[in-house]
Design a protein around this ligand. Structure first.
Ligand code: HMG
Length: 384
């Protein structure tokens, strides 16, 4: 029996700011953001949307009425939780009209939460092959206006349906994981933005990748030649590139070119959105699968997941015959292209807006699906 990703989709906010314009406004050479960071556009989210609306919108793109009856678990990976206690998963389950006979909960380990959910989903379906698990990775990345991390912000969600005999990617049982207690990026209770040691975080990410990559090759007797492509957590697209290049001294030029070609295909969507935190690795996977012309059934894809704090995990899966038919490249490209561009002043104004204090009842006029329509007594009410 095989278990893995049967369906996958992403959702991003309707607004973006152009990175060259942002660079000029910040008095920085645009090439620092376009090449040095590797981002063209950055998603901007209005106050009427949150991790629940992003996650519900992503999942709504893949679920059928039959799926909703066969789902046993709704797992939400996020580090942008909106409640210390209540899980975003149960709200999404209700918004999407998924059977109430489900186990629903939130998972946290910085950007690793989506991968934690995916692995738990895999193990559950292995034991319950007739059932399905919905995994949602949803986040809003904000470091603050004029901050060092500002060009690496973003927002969005990826939803994955994990099943027996999946039609996209069969997950292998080859995970190698490594945890170490590091303060590279953290957000103590009460802080709106993370505290970050940016350069340390880059170093820990690369060291983490090299460690699990080498360990995986040793444990499973593999090399780069066994992988049709490697995909990476993408806080910004230069980061994964640097990690990939860190193993170049060990591999031939032909292999470097082959893997770099696939890397370019995997970052096309992230370049236009920015950091999705938990969803970034999986947005990269969608971008690769939708834009590659060389991948075929049976090819092994390596995935590197990183969560600050820090955990590194490398695992892989094999593409399934007909995987392309389960994807929606035209719709995804249109969704990215049809977003509204904000100038820097508009971005700053939208960024600064926040929901009113919990006890002030307020209604909103955002009529897009699953947007927040009202907030009262700390409860968010959503359009359905
Ligand atoms: P910085 O100090 O603004 O930038 O911080 P820099 O001076 O290091 O420059 C960045 C790159 O631009 C450099 O290239 C420069 O050479 C280049 P590199 O040496 O890295 O190859 N550059 C130029 N290139 C072309 N033309 C130019 C030019 N000028 C400079 N004119 C930093 C950058 C990413 C550290 C900052 O934005 C930051 O702190 N971001 C947030 C942290 C982050 O994203 N870390 C990534 C690893 S940790 C992670 O992935 C986990 C995370 O997703 C959170 C989680 O797990 O929950 C963040």
């Amino acid at each position: 029996m095989t278990v893995g990703i049967d369906k996958i989709a992403f959702h991003v906010p309707d607004y973006f700011v152009d990175m060259a314009e942002l660079a000029v406004a910040r008095g920085v050479d645009p090439n620092k953001f376009l090449i040095g960071i590797g981002q063209d556009k950055m998603a901007v989210i209005p106050k009427t949307q949150d991790i629940i609306t992003l996650g519900a919108n992503a999942a709504a793109k893949i679920l059928t009425a039959a799926d909703k009856k066969e789902i046993d678990m709704v797992l939400v990976g996020t580090e942008t939780g909106i409640d210390y206690s209540k899980s975003a998963a149960v709200v999404i389950q209700q918004l999407l009209d998924i059977s109430p006979f489900v186990r629903s909960y939130e998972l946290k380990h910085a950007c690793y939460g989506g991968t934690a959910g995916l692995q738990q989903a895999k193990e559950y379906v292995l034991n319950h092959p007739d059932r399905k698990v919905l995994v949602i990775a949803t986040d809003i990345s904000k470091y603050g206006l004029n901050s060092g991390g500002e060009p690496t912000q973003g927002a969005g969600a990826v939803a994955m349906l994990v099943t027996n005999n999946p039609r996209i990617l069969e997950l292998s049982d080859d995970n190698v994981f490594y945890s170490e207690n590091v303060y590279d990026f953290w957000r103590p209770n009460g802080h709106d933005y993370p505290l970050v040691d940016g350069h340390l975080s880059n170093d820990i990410y690369i060291e983490g990748f090299k460690r699990v990559w080498h360990e995986s090759n040793q444990r499973h007797q593999r090399s780069e030649k066994d992988y049709a492509a490697l995909t990476f957590h993408l806080p910004y697209t230069k980061m994964g590139r640097k990690a990939l290049q860190s193993i170049f001294p060990e591999i031939s030029e032909a292999e470097q070119n082959r893997l770099m070609e696939c890397y370019e295909e995997s970052i096309l969507y992230s370049r236009q959105v920015g950091n999705l935190y938990t969803g970034s690795l999986y947005l990269g996977l969608i971008s690769l699968l939708e834009n590659s012309t060389s991948l075929k059934a049976g090819d092994r894809i390596g995935l590197f997941s990183y969560g600050s704090g820090a955990i590194s995990e490398f695992f892989s899966g094999r593409l399934v015959e007909g995987f392309k038919e389960q994807l929606q490249p035209a719709k995804d490209e249109a969704a990215l292209a049809e977003r509204q561009q904000l100038n820097v002043a508009e971005y700053e104004a939208m960024f600064a807006e926040s929901l009113p204090e919990d006890d002030v009842e307020t209604e909103f006029s955002d009529s897009t699906p699953y947007a927040i329509r009202k907030i009262a007594q700390g409860i968010r009410y959503y359009n359905q």
